[in-house]
Design a protein around this ligand. Structure first.
Ligand code: 13P
Length: 340
């Protein structure tokens, strides 16, 4: 393992004004996204869509890395360049989702634990050869009546830590993603409590397994009101509670934090990130983005499976990337949406 390589990768992932585009939807998830635009989820349609995301001219000004799915890292552009090479040529780092999904957690109805550790050392060696510089593992924490259990938080933290150790051994930066879901009717206060427990458990477990925090990137949810909650916290409250929770639970030596969008609208995800950075210029770590839906949604709709729309779809993606890049520096304003 080369510490210098891990350090350089982690720093580059959260370089000033840059973030990560998550395009690592599993086959069932991309099918759900394609269903919304009535496009059949064939291997060629998935390739064509990922091709337009990966080869978007100018994207490298705002994007440091892209997270790919196993199928995608093995595919190529229309003119035959492997996707990972097409990214490297633009100065964008290829990343790879390596978990095999969140499965029912035994004896714990309504809760999930993420699988994928078996054989991971060998898979990481292969992904490294295919060009991956960083990897992602997503754990899912669900809020509900009497859940999450501490057992669920512990089991997911344990798996995330074992994955992170294997990544660092392979010279790949682990992006640890514990996602507290925002779909329920809970208050923002409840989201704060659960996120706090999830993050503090995760960092204690990472340390107990000797994972180098300084070579790890955190991908986390923001502290928000559940979607079904009748009282919705505003942008200022979300930014304040999220930053407070991170300051209390994330070690200062972590090189960077990126957010998932989790079902927030594209514009709200940008506004939240902007508010955090505008109000807190002196945080111990850069706060950036690693959105999937909040970057892709307008682009996906514009594309709608028609090759004639590729240019317009790429422009829609570039707009969201630029807005989020500005939000990393607290320089985004909602006027920028109207000008688009
Ligand atoms: P969303 O931004 O759509 O939540 O996706 C990010 C991600 O990578 C989830 O694992």
């Amino acid at each position: 393992m080369s510490a210098a390589e891990l350090e350089a990768t982690a720093k580059a992932m959260v370089a000033k004004g840059k973030g990560i585009l998550a395009i690592d939807e599993s086959t069932p998830t991309i099918k759900k996204r394609f269903d919304t635009i009535s496009v059949e989820s064939t291997e060629e349609n998935r390739r064509a869509y990922r091709d337009l995301l990966i080869t978007n001219p100018g994207g490298n000004e705002y994007i440091s890395g892209m997270i790919l799915f196993d199928e995608t890292i093995r595919q190529s552009t229309s003119n035959g360049t492997p996707f990972s090479k097409a990214l490297v040529v633009q100065g964008i780092m290829p990343g790879i989702k390596v978990d095999t999904g969140a499965k029912e957690f035994a004896l714990h109805p309504g809760e999930k634990v993420t699988e994928g550790l078996d054989g991971l050392r060998d898979r990481l060696t292969e992904y490294k050869a295919l060009g991956a510089k960083f990897a992602k593992w997503r754990a899912v924490i669900t809020i509900g009546d009497n859940i999450p259990s501490q057992a669920c938080i512990d089991a997911n933290a344990h798996a995330l830590s074992r994955y992170a150790g294997l990544c660092q051994e392979a010279g790949i930066v682990p992006m640890v993603e514990p996602e507290v879901l925002m779909d329920a009717d809970n208050t923002i206060e409840r989201c704060y409590e659960v996120t706090e427990n999830t993050l503090s458990t995760l960092f204690n477990t990472l340390k107990s397994q000797d994972v180098a925090i300084e070579h790890t990137i955190l991908k986390t949810n923001m502290v928000v009101s559940g979607k079904q909650c009748s009282v919705q916290a505003n942008v200022e409250q979300v930014a304040e509670q999220t930053v407070k929770c991170l300051l209390a639970n994330v070690p200062a030596e972590l090189p960077g934090i990126v957010f998932l969008s989790g079902g927030q609208s594209a514009e709200l995800a940008t506004a939240h990130l902007n508010e955090m950075n505008a109000k807190n210029p002196d945080l111990p770590w850069p706060l950036s983005f690693s959105y999937g839906r909040a970057l892709q949604e307008p682009c996906l709709k514009t594309w709608s499976g028609d090759s004639a729309n590729v240019g317009a779809a790429q422009a829609a993606l570039l707009h969201r990337e630029k807005c989020n890049s500005l939000a990393c520096n607290g320089e985004y304003t909602t006027d920028m949406e109207n000008a688009a």
